[in-house]
Design a protein around this ligand. Structure first.
Ligand code: HEM
Length: 215
């Protein structure tokens, strides 16, 4: 099999999902899984493993618009795959949340069933689920392009808010080991804003050059 084939589409998904699973599960072999603190550790660890995938999907189109080159085109072409890899890694989080329930139902009720937590994070999973399902062409075709775009845009920004909010917040609380993650999320947003303004200027320039009087 050619190496190039491994870097596109479902093959890319396949091996990256396998590597992610190994990375997520690896610490579990060294931990006592009956300890609820370890379940929490694994929940946090699985979220951290999902972050690079989210960032790749989040910046793909902006990066390609600002700097179209081989890498940015490749990322944009595989943006859906990175989104699905993020969803896949978050499935591991769901699994470890279930494990927390099994090992310590009281702690599960205390942390997970807190209404604020449930509402904010639950909506996150709803977005992840609907965006994943509607990323398949068969379902995408049944939606209007505007609805599809709105759903995916709203979902991306909502997930960005939950994730960036967490890491910026803990950094501000003094956990500076998370500052690179917080910074990466802020820079990703800046990139999208710059790209959107760039696109806006391009459209405006195209309009004004069309309306210039031809001498
Ligand atoms: C109903 C759905 C969800 C539940 C029940 C849940 C549960 C949890 C729990 C129990 C923790 C560990 C908290 C602790 O250590 O005290 C956690 C951490 C976290 N969750 Fe979730 N979660 C959910 C959905 C989500 C979603 C959708 C996102 C974002 C897209 C998310 C992002 C995070 C983050 C960023 C952390 C902290 C990870 C870290 O410490 O690095 N969660 N979650």
């Amino acid at each position: 099999m050619r190496v190039a084939a491994l870097t596109e589409n479902w093959r890319l998904f396949g091996w990256l999902a396998a590597v992610t699973s190994v990375l997520v599960v690896w610490p579990a072999f060294r931990l006592d899984l009956d300890d609820s603190q370890n379940a929490l550790r694994l929940i946090r660890h699985s979220v951290r493993c999902s972050l690079p995938f989210f960032l790749c999907a989040f910046v793909a189109s902006a990066w390609c618009r600002l700097h179209p080159n081989w890498w940015s085109r490749w990322l944009l072409r595989n943006r859906r795959i990175f989104g699905l890899l993020f969803a896949f890694a978050m499935l591991w989080q769901a699994l470890f949340i279930a494990q927390l329930f099994v090992v310590d139902a009281a702690l599960f009720r205390e942390i997970v069933l807190d209404p604020r937590f449930l509402l904010v994070d639950g909506l996150g999973y709803i977005f992840i689920g609907t965006m994943s399902v509607t990323s398949f062409n068969a379902i995408r075709r049944r939606m209007s392009p505007t609805t599809w775009k709105r759903l995916h845009k709203a979902g991306m920004y909502y997930l960005w808010l939950v994730l960036a909010g967490t890491y910026v917040y803990v950094t501000l609380l003094g956990q500076f080991q998370f500052s690179p993650v917080a910074l990466a999320f802020v820079l990703a947003l800046v990139l999208r804003i710059v790209a959107a303004r760039h696109g806006h200027h391009q459209v405006r320039d195209a309009h004004s050059s069309r309306t210039l009087p031809t001498a």
